[in-house]
Ligand binder design. Structure first.
Ligand SMILES: C[S@@+](CC[C@H](N)C(=O)[O-])C[C@H]1O[C@@H](n2cnc3c(N)ncnc32)[C@H](O)[C@@H]1O
Length: 283
């Protein structure tokens, strides 16, 4: 965990360890987020030959899927605040033989991009963490060609996402509720269905609307679910770091008890989830 110790509160994505956690979760995300990601790419109207902006691209899961849609005649700029996440993404792009994806390390609210340059933009589960949302949306809007669409996925409210809700509940139960600014809370910060659409409009987007999409998590056992949480989530690592050894044991035992309530008779765990998909176009 040495790499993690250097991360700032609310910035659990910066370290190489965080990128490694996130990379390890790629197969799980591919399953949980398959439908949501297809909808995201549909909503941005990705077509062969397009020039696409991917904001808060992380280790590039959705970038790879977008690259398939735009083909070799298109190109993608994958941006993220974390150099470690983008380094892992670049490795994935190389392994996939992609030569038309470039990367840029940048806070989304400080993106310096040419005006009216991109045919589409996407952001999968990144906007909730951006401190100056209006700046980020305004800069994305400016970088799009007239008529080009931006599509973004964010998490729906806590009650629709027990995976995150139970982490907050258990921390509260053991007397260590997450401090304001911690990523588990930030992850839900755009859960009001109107909030992001309003922010899109304020940044100049037109034809803005929001829909919901399911994101179920399926595990073969409670142990697999706990292990998945511990080994694939920088957000979870941030939570665990603030606890003493005794508190951590207590937390994980309580989490296991919560997860058991989602297990069927065979022990298989299905945790429902829901995302909001907001889209808009540059006028
Ligand atoms: C939940 S991950 C999503 C990554 C990827 N889009 C995916 O769906 O797999 C959130 C990402 O947002 C990035 N991020 C956090 N704050 C950011 C900011 N202010 N500007 C740009 N990216 C940011 C993190 O580094 C991380 O890669």
């Amino acid at each position: 965990m040495a790499g993690c110790m250097t991360t700032q509160p609310g910035r659990p994505w910066d370290s190489a360890q965080a990128a490694e956690y996130w990379r390890q979760g790629a197969a799980r995300r591919a399953q949980t987020l398959a439908l949501a990601t297809e909808r995201l790419l549909d909503a941005a109207s990705l077509q062969p030959g397009m020039r696409v902006l991917d904001v808060a691209a992380g280790t590039g899961d959705q970038t790879l899927l977008a690259a398939r849609r735009i083909g070799s005649s298109g190109s993608i700029l994958a941006t993220d605040i974390s150099a470690s996440m983008l380094a892992a993404a670049e490795q994935g792009f190389r392994e996939a033989g992609l030569t038309n994806v470039t990367t840029l390390v940048s806070d989304a609210s400080a993106l310096e991009l040419p005006e009216a340059h991109f045919d589409a933009a996407i952001c999968r589960f990144g906007l909730m963490f951006v401190p100056d949302l209006h700046q980020a949306l305004s800069r994305i809007h400016r970088a799009l060609k007239p008529g080009a669409r931006f599509a973004a996925l964010v998490w729906a409210p806590r009650e629709r996402n027990p995976w995150m809700g139970m982490q907050i509940d258990v921390l509260t139960e053991i007397g260590r509720p997450p401090a304001p600014g911690m990523s588990v809370l930030q992850a839900l910060s755009l859960a009001d269905p109107d909030k992001l659409a309003r922010a899109f409009s304020a940044a100049g987007f037109v034809d803005t609307h929001t829909s919901t999409v399911t994101t179920p998590r399926i595990y073969e056992s409670v142990a697999e679910a706990v292990d998945g949480m511990r080994t694939t989530s920088p957000v979870q690592a941030e939570l665990l770091r603030q606890l003493s050894d005794a508190e951590r044991q207590h937390y994980l035992a309580s989490l296991e008890a919560h997860l058991k309530t989602f297990a069927d008779a065979s022990g298989r765990v299905v945790i429902p989830g829901e995302a909001l998909l907001t889209t808009g176009a540059r006028a």
